[in-house]
Design a protein around this ligand. Structure first.
Ligand SMILES: Cc1cc2nc3c(=O)[nH]c(=O)nc-3n(C[C@H](O)[C@H](O)[C@H](O)COP(=O)(O)O)c2cc1C
Length: 344
């Protein structure tokens, strides 16, 4: 099966199986400190921040999803790029491996004309360094997108469940470390919904990598998607909730947060989740599945979704009485431990 057909299959299952989004609700375990007298106006809230050397209007990333030669995949990427530019948020594309197997797919990653000013992030599977890809491919992926960085995704569970999966993950630290030296843009490591552990992030820092998208569990389950694709392989269901919840990873990484650029993704579904992620130490937050349906419709539908999330972030910051992102980042006073009262 071609990678393009596989991408279309994924989209079909994501849109037609309501349980692919596992709705872990892990962010619900936290409350933020409501401030009944915020001492600022809603209009005073400033959500601007820096990411990959560029200014964002809000700390938001449309996470990696797709690309390919099918008109639908091309349209999705173009709409995401136009909407991200309009709203001033970052955009990552789906795996670009497809452009090396089918040159017609490359056009779907030529997005800079639609998004001249925002951070764009290229994407490849790290495991492909053990198969057909090398540093020239990685640089070509960056160049095609005119990207500000390269996401290398780590997806051992997905590959293990996928019938045609590439499962040799050996010696990858060495190869990632070497690749980091050879590219014109920084590498960002990400998972795809099972989470990067604190230990792995520490190892990445030792390799000179500073950007980590934790992509934890609680949102899109690739194990479940692959189970649906493989006509009911029951093992995919066994592992559908495998992994580390996003807020748990952020909490554990608090001591590392100042020396790294953490991105929170995996199961975030609104602006409150975004602000909780910042309080827990993330610099920006990413979402994938929430943008898929709007991207199937139109650029305006994606813009509407982003603007809703931005407004939720704005109201949350207002209700904290913290009109700037710097005041919430890693601010432990803003987290309410609901269990504390019941322990007294
Ligand atoms: C339709 C779709 C396609 C995806 N394709 C990729 C991909 O090609 N590369 C990648 O690194 N992650 C991919 N992901 C994973 C997301 O980038 C993200 O890490 C994960 O879905 C968790 O976020 P969510 O719970 O908001 O969906 C994809 C997600 C979706 C929904």
């Amino acid at each position: 099966m071609s990678i393009g057909q596989r991408k279309l299959d994924h989209i079909h299952h994501l849109l037609n199986d309501s349980q692919v989004d596992r709705q872990g609700g892990y962010f619900d375990a936290f409350r933020l400190m409501h401030n009944a007298l915020p001492e600022c106006g809603l209009a005073d809230v400033n959500m601007r921040c820096e990411f990959l050397g560029k200014t964002l209007e809000a700390p938001l990333l449309i996470s990696s999803m797709t690309g390919g030669d099918h008109p639908q995949l091309l349209a999705i990427n173009q709409r995401l790029a136009e909407a991200a530019e309009h709203c001033g948020v970052a955009l990552a594309v789906g795996s670009q491996r497809i452009q090396f197997e089918n040159s017609a797919a490359a056009a779907s990653f030529k997005l800079r004309p639609f998004a001249p000013s925002i951070p764009l992030i290229a994407n490849l599977g790290a495991v492909q360094l053990n198969y057909q890809l090398n540093s020239q491919h990685a640089q070509a992926a960056i160049d095609q997108l005119d990207a500000d960085g390269l996401f290398l995704h780590l997806n051992p569970l997905q590959e293990a469940i996928q019938p045609e999966g590439d499962t040799d993950f050996s010696n990858l630290w060495t190869k990632i470390g070497q690749l980091q030296q050879q590219l014109s843009r920084p590498i960002l490591l990400k998972e795809v919904g099972s989470g990067l552990s604190p230990g792995l992030i520490r190892q990445g820092l030792a390799q000179g990598i500073h950007y980590f998208d934790v992509a934890g569990s609680g949102g899109t389950s690739w194990s479940r998607v692959e189970q649906l694709r493989s006509a009911g392989n029951p093992i995919g269901l066994t592992f559908q909730d495998w992994g580390l919840p996003t807020p748990w990873i952020l909490q554990q990484c608090r001591p590392l947060a100042p020396q790294t650029q953490l991105i929170a993704s995996g199961g975030l579904r609104n602006g409150i989740d975004v602000v909780k992620s910042l309080v827990l130490g993330a610099r920006i937050a990413g979402m994938a599945a929430p943008f898929l349906q709007p991207a199937m419709e139109s650029t305006q539908a994606v813009i509407d979704r982003i603007e809703q999330i931005k407004q939720e972030i704005r109201i949350t910051l207002f209700l904290l009485g913290k009109p700037n992102l710097q005041e919430v980042w890693l601010n432990k006073h803003l987290i309410v431990d609901l269990a504390e009262g019941s322990r007294r």
